[in-house]
Design a protein around this ligand. Structure first.
Ligand SMILES: Cc1cc2nc3c(=O)[nH]c(=O)nc-3n(C[C@H](O)[C@H](O)[C@H](O)COP(=O)(O)O)c2cc1C
Length: 341
C-alpha cells in the first residue's frame, strides 16, 4: 500500500493511530511513533466547549512534541462557532491536520449535539465542517461512524456534504453509533462509502494484524487503515501492521525485557509531559513532583498490565500495578517479573 496526501501533509505509511480518549496522549504517541512509525497519529478528542471556557487546561491536550509529526488534533463539539475557535487554537498549537469527531456515541457527548449526534443532523454537521475549513489553513478531516442507527446508513450523504464544505480526508469507523463497540465492524460499509468519497478514505474497526489491514484494503478499496485498541500498550502490533502494509518482513514479537523497558519509558514520558519538561532532573526538582508522578501513573494503571499480559507471573503483579504510584515502584514491580524469566 502506498501513502497519500492530505493537502500538503504526506501520510506514509498509510497506517494511522486512532484517537483514543485517556490513551492517545503525548507519551503514548511518542512511544508508538518510535516503535511503529505510523503515517499519522491523532490526539485524544478535545472538547470545543472546554477550550472555550477553560482554555488553559484543555490546550494542554493539544501540545505537540516535534518527534510525533505529522499529527492531527481532534476536536468535538456541536456548535460551528466554538468548533471554529478550537480549530484556530489547534492550528496555533502546531497541528498538521484538524480532525472533527463525529463518531463518539457516549451520552455525555451526544447530549450536547456533538460527536455521533451530528450523524442525525446533517445541516449542523456540514456547517461545523465549513466553519472549521474557513477558520484554518491546515487540512480539515472528519471521523464518522456509519450512522446513528442501523436503519439509516447516513455516512454517504454526510461525506458528500463534508467534501463540498472542504474536508480533505474521511475516516469511517465501520459501526453504527447505537452499537458502541458491539459486534464486528462491518467493512462492507467502507466499500459502500468508497463510492461517495473522492478524498482519501480511511477504514477503521477491528484491524489487529497485517493480514487484517491488507484484507481491509482489498475488500474495501480504502486508502489507509486506522488502528485503535490493538495498539494500546502494544506498539509492536502496529509495527507489524506497518511492515505488512509496506510489504516488508514482519518483525518478531518483542521480548519481555523490551516490553518492560517500553512500559517504563511510557511512564517516564507521561511524567515528563505532566511536568512540562524534557529533563527528569528538572521534573524531580518540582515541589509537586510526587503528585505529578502519582497522577501520571494513575492514568497509566489500566494500560500497564497489557504490556506484560501472558508472561509468567504477570497476573500476580497485576494487583500491585493497579496501585503503583511512582516510577521507582514501577521499576521494582517490573523487575520482579523479569527476575523470574
Ligand atoms: C479507549 C478508547 C477511547 C476512544 N476515544 C476516541 C476519541 O477520543 N475520538 C475518536 O474519534 N474515537 C475514539 N475512540 C474510537 C477509536 O478511535 C476507534 O474508532 C475504535 O476503537 C475502532 O477501532 P479499533 O477496532 O481499531 O479499536 C476510542 C476508542 C477507545 C477504545
Amino acid at each position: 500500500m502506498t501513502g497519500f496526501q492530505v493537502g500538503g501533509v504526506a501520510v506514509n505509511p498509510p497506517v494511522l493511530l486512532a484517537p483514543m480518549e485517556d490513551v492517545s496522549n503525548m507519551a503514548f504517541r511518542r512511544i508508538t511513533k518510535r516503535i511503529a512509525a505510523p503515517g499519522l497519529m491523532f490526539t485524544e478528542f478535545v472538547s470545543a466547549m472546554a477550550v472555550h471556557y477553560n482554555p488553559e487546561r484543555s490546550l494542554r491536550k493539544m501540545r505537540i512534541h516535534p518527534e510525533e509529526r505529522p499529527l492531527a488534533i481532534q476536536i468535538f463539539g456541536g456548535e460551528p462557532e466554538t468548533m471554529a475557535e478550537s480549530a484556530r487554537h489547534a492550528e496555533a498549537m502546531g497541528a498538521d491536520i484538524l480532525d472533527i469527531n463525529m463518531g463518539c456515541w457516549v451520552p455525555k457527548v451526544c447530549r450536547t449535539g456533538a460527536g455521533a449526534a451530528l450523524l442525525k443532523d446533517p445541516e449542523t454537521a456540514e456547517r461545523i465542517v465549513r466553519a472549521c475549513v474557513e477558520a484554518v489553513s491546515i487540512p480539515v478531516t472528519v471521523k464518522v461512524r456509519a450512522g446513528w442507527d442501523y436503519s439509516l446508513f447516513a455516512a454517504p450523504d454526510l461525506v458528500r456534504r463534508f467534501q463540498g464544505a472542504g474536508a480533505q480526508m474521511i475516516t469511517l469507523h465501520a459501526r453504527f453509533a447505537r452499537q458502541g463497540f458491539e459486534g464486528e465492524a462491518d467493512w462492507s460499509l467502507i466499500r459502500e462509502l468508497r463510492k461517495a468519497v473522492t478524498v482519501p478514505l480511511i477504514g477503521n474497526g477491528d484491524v489487529k494484524s497485517p493480514e487484517d489491514a491488507l484484507r481491509m484494503r482489498d475488500e474495501t478499496g480504502c486508502d489507509g487503515v486506522m488502528v485503535g485498541r490493538a495498539a494500546i500498550s502494544n506498539p509492536w502490533a502496529l509495527q507489524r501492521i506497518v511492515a505488512g502494509v509496506q510489504g516488508r518482513g514482519i518483525p518478531a514479537e518483542p521480548s519481555l525485557g523490551e516490553r518492560v523497558e517500553t512500559a517504563l519509558e511510557h511512564a517516564r514520558l507521561m511524567v515528563l509531559a505532566e511536568s512540562e519538561t524534557e529533563d527528569m532532573d528538572e521534573a524531580r526538582s518540582r515541589p509537586d513532583f510526587a503528585q505529578i508522578e502519582l497522577r501520571s501513573l494513575r492514568a497509566l494503571r489500566g494500560q500497564l498490565p497489557i504490556y506484560i499480559k501472558g508472561f509468567p507471573g504477570a497476573s500476580e503483579i497485576r494487583e500491585r500495578l493497579s496501585r503503583v504510584s511512582s516510577l521507582a515502584e514501577l521499576a521494582e514491580i517490573l523487575d520482579s517479573l523479569t527476575a523470574r524469566a
